[in-house]
Design a protein around this ligand. Sequence first.
Ligand code: GAL
Length: 681
Amino acid sequence: MSKIINGDNLTLGTCYYPEHWPKTMWREDLERMKKTGIEVIRIAEFAWSKIEPEEGVFTYEFFDEFLDLTDEVGMKVIFCTPTATPPAWLTEKYPEVLNARMDGVLLRHGARRHYNYNSPVYQELSARITGKSASHYAKRDCIIGWQLDNEINCEVDVFYSESDTVAFRRFLKEKYGTIDALNEAWGTAFWNQTYTDWKEVYVPRTTISDSTNPHEVLDYTRFVSASARRFAKMQSDIIRRYLKPGDFITTNGLFVNLDNHAMRRESLDFITYDSYPNFAYCLDMYSDNPKNLRDRKWSRNLTETRSVSPVFGIMEQQSGANGWNTRMEAPTPRPGQITLWTMQSIAHGADYISYFRWRTCTMGTEIYWHGILDYSSRENRRIREVHDVYEKLQGMQELAGARYEAKVGVLKDYDNIWDAQLDVWHQRVDEASQKALFEAAQRTHTPLDFVYLTETTTAEDLTGYSLLFYPHMTIVTERQAELLKQYVAAGGTLVIGCRSGYKNSTGQCVMDTLPGLLSELTGTDIPEYSFIAPDAGTVTVDWDGTTIEASVFADLLEPLGDAKLEGTYTSDYYSGSGALVCNSYGKGKAYYYGSAWNEMSAEIFLQKLGAANPYRDIVTVPEECEIAVRSKNGVRYLFVLNYEKHPVEITLHRKGTDLYTGNEIEGSQTLDGYGTMVIRL
Ligand code: GAL
């Protein structure tokens, strides 16, 4: 059984860099961590040269000496493969391992993640260092698991080296067989792009105004994902040969151009996430606008993480101010926020929380990325707060392994996400709706999951949800349409938004009446559609007497067969046209809504469809608090998280046990600014 994600324990860890500190500090650091409540450290993700200082010369002494100490002190270790930072000797001798910009300029040594996944030399040298590290270190008692690389596809998620072009051609040949089939799929008849030989095909290159063929880019994105997955699997397969029983393989973070769900299935026991709720780019988190969810927005990323692994770990949890010397700046967590953000992670399904990093670094690009300790290592309030979190966790251990409860889901799939990256029409509707649905769910205290339609998803995976949205399902395959029909036929309620069903899996538009493969299920026909023109003002919809505001786009709808028109546009030239169709299908209902969502319309959908605030009989909390429920063996654990500086009142309508104190509580309770509560119901 895994030592951290095991259904029995909530565990704290930290990220440690023995190569940054004099050896004389190691023991004191490890002992101090233990006293603080830290039981696990992650090490070695950027330390290739400590193991292979010269090509083919392997030295294990450095980490052996360190691991002897961790064994002695009783500290558990997550060891990493070091492939995110190839050594200088390697890139100097084999420049073909480097990634390139689109214009061909190589990305040089000096930062990180400057390699490409497809260089045969890099694959071979990465396989070798992985094998050497795993065969030497994996047997050690203190090691409990492995992290592959570091943040796969972070910082750079596009690859334009020569090896990538060679591998892309291979990928396309396997997929299409003939160059004619590729021409067909990429619609190369347009603008005379027809290829006559595979050697004319490249990864996307610099073109006028970035107007690269969108079908090519969709395949290229699939290719980048496949390349990253293959690289991860290569490492994972090697480590598995040496893994002790119960030890695990993971990697950290969720990044774009990567099918994280497939990577998890193929290579990882579970995913870990890197959680920085006031990340330096999110300075809108200091906005006074009450509509800005600020650090609470991070719950959206945690919801993504939970869709990959229902119970997961946080490999890097923010514990200090953040910034690089070259870019980014964000303040120190206020007193209480380390606890708040830790509980936010746990509320969403994390059973392991590892703080980034033990001590603030004194050198390099990340000299302003603060850890638990400051440069001097003196005692500070952050280490006291981490210790306090540890004490709180001691009362909460029973909830380890509990699953987040949500009856509402937002469906997604990678092809649609990737196609949207180059499609400004789609981005406009999708960004609006994703934000609106998430924020409306947060404000109405309606727990929400993201549910990915992957090649392994079955109708049973969907039946636990009473309400599913697929806001804008542009590309629809026969298999997906069938899955959705099964879900609705079995009693589910499905809501589809505008701009759905109009592309096939090449990303080309279907020559069909819309919404294409979704017409039968939704009982909808769309004879006309348009962006809402800037001079149209507020476009309203009457839904059985409730007025909602259409956003961004208007599909004008007509019901088919027995389907019913429930909503009608009431302004501009759309007035009188259908805006919302409801179709009874088997035991369930499918809705087609002709627009994108804003927060108000999203809230009305949640309310009218009976999904909003499912725990209202249990607890009343103000809008500024998030609630989450995890459950295990029929027992529910309620998290209440106050993201505001000021105290708030909540009311518990039944008896519960406050897990921080062990006290029975009921009725009105005060939650401090940034305060949290975890209550066994
Ligand atoms: C993470 C990364 C760490 C460190 C941290 C702060 O994304 O995994 O290595 O760079 O951010 O920048």
